[in-house]
Write a protein that binds this ligand. Structure first.
Ligand code: ZN
Length: 276
């Protein structure tokens, strides 16, 4: 009589232990997933869907009701040395916005890959017409961004962050002006910023295809960086690289530190815009 409950107890214990083992395995797997998600900082399409173009209507409405904030990433198609993809500026801010929306809520618009001059020309050996510069007139970009904000306002968004990853002063001034002019006339609050001004707390100052931009892309999209394309000799000039030497100063680890600070600051700004 005493053995029966005892055997049952042993059985339950075994079941409980195996459940706990399963739970532990699941937790380890989850931790690994989260860790790898953090490592790639949401590169690829592995996390929660936050992009306007990819959301189903009911998903859009759920996100919108929780956090009526829109991210408007703006970039360029521009030479960024032999080692970074040509769309670096836009890819960078689009991915940062995606991470911020995943952490703090909000919806990310498709990146506007249109920059205004000045632009860095392609390396001389490519011999592309007009140095391969791809640009639009400032008035056109201003009209496009204003139209986007008008649409977001009409939909009922409470805040919008226009962030440019291409940051000659002319383009920075343009996104700031678009946001400032808009704020004066509409209910939705808009902020115009550049990623160059984020993550100052970790020493980030921005550059062009140098230590900072290379580190950031190494953290966000390592598959779009190839340092082996750069000249090997330390003294040899790298065309279109302005800033710290990416061959010796850039790392994914540094990039992850910058990205984490940037995402946090974006989330804080978004919250301020929506609740103000
Ligand atoms: Zn850039």
């Amino acid at each position: 009589m005493t053995r029966q409950p005892c055997r049952r107890f042993v059985g339950w214990s075994v079941a409980l232990l195996s459940c706990m083992a399963c739970a532990a395995t699941a937790l380890i797997w989850l931790a690994g997933t989260v860790a790898s998600g953090t490592e790639s900082a949401g590169g690829a399409q592995s996390g929660e869907v936050v992009e306007y173009k990819l959301l189903l209507p009911h998903q859009f409405k759920e996100r919108f009701d929780k956090m009526p904030l829109a991210y408007v990433p703006v970039g360029s198609l521009e030479w960024h040395g032999e080692h970074l993809c040509l769309g670096n500026d836009g890819v960078k801010v689009e991915t940062l916005c995606r991470e911020a929306a995943r952490q703090g809520g909000g919806i990310v618009l498709p990146c506007v890959f249109l920059g205004i001059p000045p632009m860095t020309g392609w390396g001389s050996k490519y011999d592309l017409g007009k140095s391969g510069i791809f640009f639009v007139e400032p008035e056109l970009l201003q009209r496009i961004l204003t139209a986007e904000l008008e649409n977001l306002d009409r939909l009922g968004f409470k805040g919008a962050i226009v962030i440019t990853g291409h940051y000659p002063q002319e383009q920075v001034d343009l996104v700031k002006k678009v946001a400032a002019d808009f704020k004066a006339a509409h209910g939705m609050k808009a902020a115009g910023i550049t990623d160059r001004d984020l993550a100052r707390s970790v020493g980030h100052t921005g550059d062009h295809a140098g230590k900072w931009e290379t580190s950031i892309l190494m953290a966000l999209h390592p598959e779009l960086v190839d340092l082996s394309r750069l000249p090997k000799e330390p003294g040899q000039r790298m065309e279109g690289v302005f800033g710290g030497d990416p061959r010796t100063q850039a790392s994914a680890e540094l990039g992850r530190k910058v990205v984490a600070a940037m995402v946090l600051e974006l989330c804080e700004l978004g919250k301020k815009l929506v609740t103000r």
